[in-house]
Design a protein around this ligand. Structure first.
Ligand code: GRF
Length: 193
């Protein structure tokens, strides 16, 4: 099946969610490979997954494009030049500027390692453990100008187990991230959300 959309994945680091998208493409859960992987960090491991899978990469240098607005404008230029209309943030460590949100209305999504609206921002798994909740999980949501505040698309619950550490809880949440993010990307590319 073809999509009328083209998508970019924005990454800053490890790239396990990007890699999970490639896995999902291989086993048929996701019909579309990313058209571009864009980064603010040229040494992100994520870029290796892109290259291994033959996907174009693009580095927008934050030292050249200083500040949120300039970074967004440079990114918009790269995306528009390639006819890309959809963005999936996957471990992208910058707050998205309003200019980007306005340029791609309803077409930017993110994955967050907590059950939003609980525990937005950094260290969500630690926040959950410190709050003593019985369950946490992950959320795919639309991106607006706030930090992890956009409308929720999909969630997966993960029980907190006795003796859980940030590492053990993060690992179980990550398994669920890798399952639901490709599913959400598929739905977005097929105009089902
Ligand atoms: C994930 O936990 C994701 O939920 C959060 O950042 C982390 C990125 O991990 N937004 P990776 O780079 O996809 O491995």
């Amino acid at each position: 099946m073809k999509s009328k959309h083209k998508y970019a994945v924005f990454v800053s680091g490890r790239g396990s969610n990007l890699n999970a998208m490639f896995d999902a493409v291989r086993d048929g859960r996701l019909s579309y490979k990313p058209d571009l992987v864009l980064t603010d960090n040229p040494s992100a491991t994520a870029l290796e997954y892109a290259r291994e899978n033959g996907v174009e990469t693009c580095w927008v240098d934050p030292a050249v494009n200083k500040g949120r607005r300039a970074f967004a404008e440079a990114a918009i230029k790269e995306l528009k030049a390639r006819g890309i209309d959809t963005i999936c943030l996957a471990g992208f460590m910058r707050i998205v500027d309003k200019a980007l949100v306005d340029a791609f209305p309803g077409r930017i999504i993110n994955i967050h390692p907590a059950l939003l609206p609980a525990f937005p921002g950094l260290d969500a798994q630690r926040q959950a453990l410190e709050a003593g909740v019985a369950e946490s999980g992950c959320t795919v949501h639309f991106v607006d100008e706030g930090v992890d505040t956009g409308a929720v698309i999909m969630q997966a619950r993960v029980p907190v187990e006795k003796g859980d550490t940030v590492e053990t809880l993060s690992k179980r949440i990550l398994e669920q991230e890798h399952r639901i993010y490709p599913e959400a990307v598929q739905a977005l590319m097929d105009d089902r959300i």
